[in-house]
Design a protein around this ligand. Structure first.
Ligand SMILES: O=C(O)CCC(=O)c1ccccc1C(=O)O
Ligand SMILES: [Mg+2]
Length: 367
């Protein structure tokens, strides 16, 4: 594969319902769709999943745009690659910026699978016939949360993750448990209990399936101390930025589960490596979400066909967040599962009409 051209499409769409977390609220979602072309005019699609502001991790849409255009594109344009795994090493000279790197890595994986005429999930060794879906609720009030859970139940989801924080936790969880005693519940704290650990211990008897990222991103040691005190499994999200971080977390016993996000770890190559490492160490994994558009969503579905993804992830229908997505085919959840696409690559193409409606900037990069 020789990469000859990269299209960057910055798009913006309004979420059907604002997404509220301990760190901020997302109402309008911006993102970058990356379209990579090779010398045979084949294309591959990726997505930079950073937000407009650095509330979740350090990157933003603008930093990704700059890094892709001015730093990563010159490293990959007019270069030949035998295999998408080579992209990871090629981009290694650039520190961090995983979401920018992942958007290129994803697009090259899609391109490669298309050139081989295979679905991406088959190419990476996916074995699951259906992917386990789950919904995330980030609401302002208990009432709003219950309304959203009710809607999710009607749409066939059996597992709910709620966003919690100090003062928005025990009561919220108990109310859900009373209303839906048979439902799996997990709680995502997005680091909001840093230096407030005693509040977390109060949640330990609620029988949560897991608690996600209770403490800060860099606190692997504190998470290990906390996991010793809690029977509820800790799942790490923000802390796991690479294979190396995953190794450290496992060595330190900082968690029992890991939420894998392709963007957060710098691409599909690294995501697969983390999955394999966790398999070796008996650490459960599931696929995280980024309120993303159809391109990243389709990559998530492919990733989540790997054998280790044995519990539902934050993968929901395109229609959960969007009136109309930018891809040709929607991701659809039925009875809590998603069937991977049968087409080559990630199995979806861009809906050019829709893309034009929501695009706020377009740039074409050649060497
Ligand atoms: O894509 C989704 O369904 C939401 C997943 C989610 O909780 C999330 C969304 C945006 C940023 C961070 C997180 C998170 O997992 O912490
Ligand atoms: Mg999270």
């Amino acid at each position: 594969m020789k990469i000859t051209k990269i299209d960057l499409h910055i798009i913006e769409m309004k979420l059907k319902t604002p997404f509220v977390t301990s760190l901020g609220k997302v109402t309008n979602r911006r993102g970058i769709i990356v379209e990579i072309h090779d010398e045979t005019r084949a294309t591959g699609l990726g997505e930079a999943v950073a937000f407009s502001t650095p509330w979740y991790t350090e990157e933003t849409v603008e930093t990704c745009f700059h890094i892709i255009k001015d730093v990563l594109a010159p490293l990959v344009l007019n270069r030949s690659f035998e295999h998408p795994e080579e992209l990871f090493d090629r981009m290694k000279t650039v520190r961090k910026n995983p979401m920018a790197k992942a958007s290129i890595d994803m697009a090259v994986w899609d391109l490669y699978a298309k050139l081989l005429g295979q679905p991406l999930h088959k190419l990476i060794g996916g074995t699951r016939e259906n992917v386990l879906a789950g919904v995330v609720i980030g609401a302002h009030s208990i009432r709003e949360m219950l309304q959203q859970i009710e809607r999710a139940r009607q749409d066939g989801y059996n597992r709910v993750k709620i966003k919690i924080g100090p003062g928005k936790d025990e009561k919220w969880i108990r109310v859900i448990q009373e209303s839906y005693p048979d439902m799996d519940i997990l709680a995502d704290a997005n680091s909001s209990y840093t230096q407030n650990e005693e509040l977390l211990l109060k949640l330990d008897d609620l029988g949560l399936q897991m608690i996600e990222q209770p403490l800060s991103q860099d606190d692997l040691v504190d998470h290990a101390a906390l996991q010793k005190k809690m029977k509820t499994p800790i799942c790490l999200d923000e802390s796991i930025t690479s294979l190396h971080a995953a190794k450290s977390a496992i060595l330190l016993n900082s968690c029992k589960m890991i939420n894998i996000k392709i963007g957060r770890v710098g691409g599909l190559t690294e995501a697969i490596r983390i999955h394999n490492l966790c398999q070796e160490h008996g650490i459960q994994v599931w696929c995280g979400g980024m309120l993303e558009f159809g391109v990243s969503r389709a990559h998530n579905v492919a990733l989540a066909t790997l054998p280790g993804f044995s519990i539902p992830g934050d993968i929901s229908s395109s229609s959960r967040y969007w009136e109309e997505d930018i891809t040709s085919t929607d991701i659809i959840v039925k009875d809590g599962t998603i069937f991977p696409f049968k087409g080559v690559g990630i199995g979806v193409e861009l809906n050019r009409e829709r893309l034009k409606q929501v695009r706020i900037h377009h740039e074409i990069i050649y060497k």
